[in-house]
Design a binder for this molecule. Structure first.
Ligand code: MG
Length: 243
């Protein structure tokens, strides 16, 4: 099953093989079980500004920068984009509500697979649409010694954000690798689209309420139902790409 997925990817891009040097990880819904909190925070913050966003809709926008999400909802609900001031205020409110819910737990299986990847000599890189200032501390506390602070792409690095391939292309550049030397690990449809369009083998981990099809139709090369599932299959996958 993994061999077929890898062969399809190689054929599509006319690559000979995946020479894995870097693993590009999305953060929310992949490394942290944080999406429920984000969905509540989006719903509540928008409500306070007179706009409606169902908590479930937050999963469809996941991966976008905060500013893009706010503008999209503002266009729909008010027929105009949000001002710079509104964007700052709403995003701050959203972060305050998210933080008030308490720290999101580490995703089960995430530390285990990161430890395996790191000890195989593969460089883990963070590629997130998040712009939380406490992000680095949070990563260091939950994944000590795993991530290099210079190898992170956040909302502060990007102009477009996911689903544009830009964030993953910046991730490749920071890690100094080619698309065929990396994998992407994503839980969100728009994140999968970003990774696929960056030309990288993209692994979807469906940790949320959306159907698998939402991730597969964006071109995910493989799909697991949890990070534990991915962790349990890591050895088989790593063997398949080296065959
Ligand atoms: Mg995510």
């Amino acid at each position: 099953m993994f061999q077929t997925s890898v062969a399809n990817y190689l054929n599509k891009h006319h690559y000979k093989r995946i020479e894995l040097k870097a693993a590009l990880f999305d953060m929310d819904g992949v490394l942290f079980d944080s999406m429920k909190g984000h969905a509540i925070a989006w719903h509540e913050s928008m409500k306070q500004y007179g706009m409606h966003l169902e908590p479930s809709e937050a999963y469809e926008h996941e991966g976008r920068t905060g500013a893009t999400t706010i503008n999209l909802i503002s266009m729909r609900e008010r027929g105009r984009e949000a001002t710079e001031e509104e964007i700052k205020a709403i995003y701050k409110k959203k972060c305050d509500i998210f933080n008030s819910l308490g720290a999101a737990p580490r995703m089960p299986g995430a530390l285990e697979i990161l430890t395996k990847i790191k000890s195989a000599g593969i460089t883990p890189v963070i590629v997130t649409g998040s712009g939380q200032t406490s992000l680095l501390d949070k990563l260091n506390n939950n994944f000590p010694g795993i991530f290099d602070p210079n190898l992170m792409v956040t909302a502060f690095d990007v102009k477009f954000g996911k689903p544009n391939p830009e964030p993953y292309l910046i991730g490749l550049k920071k890690a100094n690798v080619q698309p065929y030397e990396a994998i992407v690990v994503e839980n969100a449809p728009l994140g999968v689209r970003s990774g696929v369009n960056a030309g990288i083998f993209t692994i979807a981990v469906n940790t949320g309420p959306l159907p698998d099809e939402a991730l597969l139709k964006e071109g995910a090369n493989l799909l697991f139902h949890s990070m534990e599932d991915f962790n349990n299959n890591w050895e088989n996958f790593y063997t398949a790409i080296r065959d």
